[in-house]
Structures are given as structure tokens and as C-alpha cells.
Design a protein around this ligand. Structure first.
Ligand SMILES: C[S@@+](CC[C@H](N)C(=O)[O-])C[C@H]1O[C@@H](n2cnc3c(N)ncnc32)[C@H](O)[C@@H]1O
Length: 278
């Protein structure tokens, strides 16, 4: 039986893996800098999970109030545990779907963040969620989020591009402006490479890095108008052990960050967005 992230055991496993990655601090530091989060602010973390990023944001920003929104009680319990005695004082769990969290907020919110979450909800929920974000954010407030994953699907390219154009549309309709659009996505993976191979008609060797810049995805995406220039480091890792995979991923991330001057933390397939409420 496949258990979703809402199940207590899966939530715990997710937390353990997230801790092993140890990227929450790095991500939080960049978010805090970019959004200018301060001690007196109120931050909402959508799909906060075990609260590792929420807690790291809290610590990096000198102790703002953080509301962690998640539809999983198991995840929220872990988040409270991670905040320890700050739970109920500086951290407040909100058991809600992200698309409905607005009515639970009683105060103005200066920042909304969402890490490794936005691509997990349906297009309809994304639209509702952006509406909620807009309704709670104070003018000038920022919404910072990333999308990741979905690289196992042969439609990754399509998913990514459609999501981007969809977000642009809903942001424009909601008085949110994109301050920063994703410049590229990094992709390191296994099976999906075969699909990419089909797509780009390139050949790949396991463990060997390829740099691919997709300038005109329109060749395979007829109806999508949003076409960012994306550079991808593609390393087929199928069959390699976890340690080797991790080393390859780290190296590819490092090289890409240097090359493109990306200033947000990255891993696997990722793209970061920064919106500002007008
Ligand atoms: C991949 S985890 C990310 C957790 C955390 N943001 C991080 O980066 O470590 C996604 C989280 O979103 C939550 N989630 C998924 N769909 C949701 C929804 N519609 N509303 C609220 N939370 C949701 C899940 O329960 C899970 O805790």
C-alpha cells in the first residue's frame, strides 16, 4: 500500500530524509534575505510539513511569528515538536488546506513562503491558494515559493511550462507581480533521462554530465507561450548507489549555480519564484 505524506509514519520518514539533506537552513537563509523578514513580522509557511524550513526561517530572521499551514495533523505535530517551547508562542500550527487557509488568519501577514509544495497541488488548488495568499498579504508583502519534483513524469517539460504560464496568469489577475521568475531548472535523475533523451534527441551516459540549454522548447510545446531560457545539467543516475548519486547531484548543483549565478538553493528539478503584492 502506498501511504501519502499525511500518514504519521510517512511524515516521520519524510522528516528524517529532510534532516539528512540538511538544506533547510540554506533555503531559509536565502528566503529571509530576499524577503527581508524581521523579528516583528508574521510569516505563513504553506505546506510546512515537519516545520524544518519554518523553524530555520524563524531562527535566521531573529524570531518572527510563524504560522505553519498543513492539511496533515501528523506533519503539524512534528512541526510543533521541532519548535519545542516556542510552539504556541512563536509558532502556530494551522490545520487547513492551503486553498482555504486565509479565513484562519487573524492578523496581517508580511510574508508567505511555500517550499517543495506548490507542484503537489492541483491547478485548481493553486489558483485558490494564490487567491488566499493575496487576501492575507499586506501591500508590499512577498510570496516566495519553489516548485520541484515531477521529473519522473515524461510530461515534466510540459508540466513546468504550463505551471509557469498558469502562475503568471493568476498572479496578474490577483495584483501580484513576479519579481523573479525562474531562470532555469536543474534536473538530475534516472528514468526521466530516457524521456529527455527522446525529447532532445541526445544520448546520455550514466554518471556523465550533460549541459543542455533549451532555448526553444516550443519545438515540442506547441501551445505554451512562456518560454524561459533554461539550462539543465542532466546526469543520468539510474543504477548508481545513493552516495554516488548524492555526490553527482552536489557537483551538478555547484557547477550550475556558478555558471548561471543562481542565488537560491537548488536540488533536483527546481525553480524559484518571488511575487510581490502590489
Ligand atoms: C514535500 S512536503 C514539504 C514540506 C516542507 N515545506 C519542506 O520543504 O520541508 C509537502 C507538504 O505539503 C502538505 N500538503 C500537501 N497538499 C496540501 C494541501 N492541499 N494543503 C495543505 N498542505 C498540503 C503535505 O502534508 C506535506 O507536509
Amino acid at each position: 500500500m502506498v501511504r501519502g505524506l499525511r500518514h504519521p509514519a510517512t511524515a516521520k520518514t519524510f522528516e528524517r530524509e529532510r534532516l539528512r539533506e540538511g538544506r533547510a537552513e540554506e533555503i531559509a537563509k536565502r528566503i529571509v534575505e530576499r524577503a527581508g523578514i524581521k523579528r516583528g513580522d508574521v510569516v505563513v509557511d504553506l505546506g510546512c510539513g515537519p516545520g524544518l524550513v519554518s523553524k530555520a526561517v524563524h531562527d535566521a530572521a531573529g524570531g518572527p511569528k510563524v504560522y505553519g499551514v498543513d492539511h496533515s495533523k501528523a506533519m503539524l505535530r512534528l512541526a510543533e515538536k521541532n519548535f519545542g517551547e516556542l510552539a504556541g508562542k512563536r509558532f502556530f500550527p494551522v490545520h487547513s488546506k492551503a486553498s482555504e487557509f486565509g479565513k484562519r488568519m487573524r492578523e496581517e501577514v508580511q510574508h508567505v513562503i511555500a517550499t517543495n509544495f506548490f507542484n503537489r497541488i492541483s491547478s485548481e488548488e493553486q489558483e485558490k491558494t494564490v487567491k488566499e495568499v493575496h487576501s492575507v498579504l499586506s501591500p508590499g508583502g512577498r510570496f516566495i515559493f519553489n516548485i520541484n519534483g515531477y521529473a519522473k513524469d515524461e510530461k515534466t517539460e510540459l508540466f513546468f511550462m504550463k505551471l509557469l504560464s498558469h502562475l503568471r496568469e493568476i498572479a496578474a489577475a490577483r495584483d501580484l507581480e513576479f519579481e523573479r521568475e525562474p531562470r532555469w531548472a536543474l534536473r538530475v535523475g534516472g528514468e526521466e533521462i530516457i524521456k529527455t533523451e527522446d525529447l532532445l534527441r541526445e544520448s546520455f551516459e550514466v554518471g556523465k554530465e550533460q549541459r543542455v540549454t533549451t532555448r526553444s522548447p516550443r519545438q515540442f510545446l506547441e501551445n505554451v507561450t512562456a518560454v524561459p531560457n533554461r539550462t539543465e545539467h542532466i546526469v543520468p543516475v539510474k543504477g548508481l548507489n545513493a552516495r554516488k548519486r548524492a555526490a553527482i547531484v552536489r557537483e551538478a548543483v555547484k557547477r550550475t549555480v556558478e555558471e548561471i549565478g543562481e542565488d537560491f538553493p537548488l536540488q533536483w528539478t527546481q525553480a524559484w519564484f518571488v511575487c510581490r503584492r502590489k
